[in-house]
Design a protein around this ligand. Sequence first.
Ligand code: PLP
Length: 389
Amino acid sequence: KDLVNYSKENSLKDIPPSGIRYFDVKVNKIPDILKLTLGEPDLNTPEHVKKAAVQSILDNDSHYSDQEGTLRLRTAISNFLKRKLDLSYDPQTEVLVTIGGTEALTATMLTFFHPGDDIIVPTPSYALYFPIIHLTGSNLVSVNTAPTNFVLTPEVLEETLAAHPQAKAIILNYPTNPTGREYSAEELEKLAAIIKEHNLMVISDEIYSELVYDLPHTSIAQYLPERTIIVNGLSKSHAMTGYRAGYLAGPAGLVKWVMEMHAFLVTAPSNPAQAAATEALENGDQDPVEASKIYQKRRDYITKALNDLGLETVPSNGAFYIFVKIPAKYGTDDWAFAEDLAQKGKVAGIPGSSFGAGGEGYIRFSYAASDEKLEEAVRRIKDFLTKEV
Ligand code: PLP
């Protein structure tokens, strides 16, 4: 059997390569490029968390963990969700430790999405959702939120469900990648009423829940505990992207099936990563509070600086992204603008259309970068706009 061509027979063949990765490879070749492309904290993992990982290795904690994660970590997750959101999850049956938020998302989608299912995703959104929906054979029902200030409104959700009455699930992400938009309790409550009426399942990607600046984080699970799978993890809150420590929580009737999928996909999560995650959740509530102060200052700076250059920005009140409207000269061609800015201005951001419908005509910058880097980026963007636009 020709293994190279054999691999082209599967459904991966229809999935275009990630635009983000393609762009990253391209800009990496530009000398002296200043990258505001990365979706990860520039801060270091807190010392006490690092020590817990090291200690786990020194203690010969080197055998397979419980498949669903250690009970101590699942209990720490359950306590965290109680403390932060007043939600109650049984650590034994309703919490699963995963390899980052990514595995939580992928395992949940592979478990519940089947060929022909309609899956609603407000866009622009995190780009990982699209290929996984495709792999399951389900249909992406993209809801363009650009006309409603990048927020899914109850009216638009009603319209979408009128057109797709059989929709099975909705994926929500707040604070949102790529806009940094957090949803208020009031907004979520209104969406929840419609979701319940139409009997949808909810995947609620709350990976940026600890990085919010203007309003407290609320979960849609507070209104819809019976139908929501919360996805979260330590990657962003504790600057631990490389540890691959994530989790999900939801009703036992749903989580039991994801646990089976997870066992097939990864067997069990890693022990040092779980030891670190346990320490972060048991003793690290203050870490994201401190990180948020830093990101908030940068958010304030970059928003004002870009607005002062005449660039329109989507209000960012969480995560570490700012979504910026590109200059009129480029129309909606965000790829052309991003390429020009990278080649001639030496600043890289991600073209907005990589995040799906509604992202065209925008560029995403990450402000998970030092003050000096952000100041230099603003200088370069100003220079570029003066000379080229
Ligand atoms: N969900 C969103 C919205 C993200 O932006 C990311 C990472 O960028 C993830 C999930 C994945 O997180 P993890 O690194 O924990 O897999």
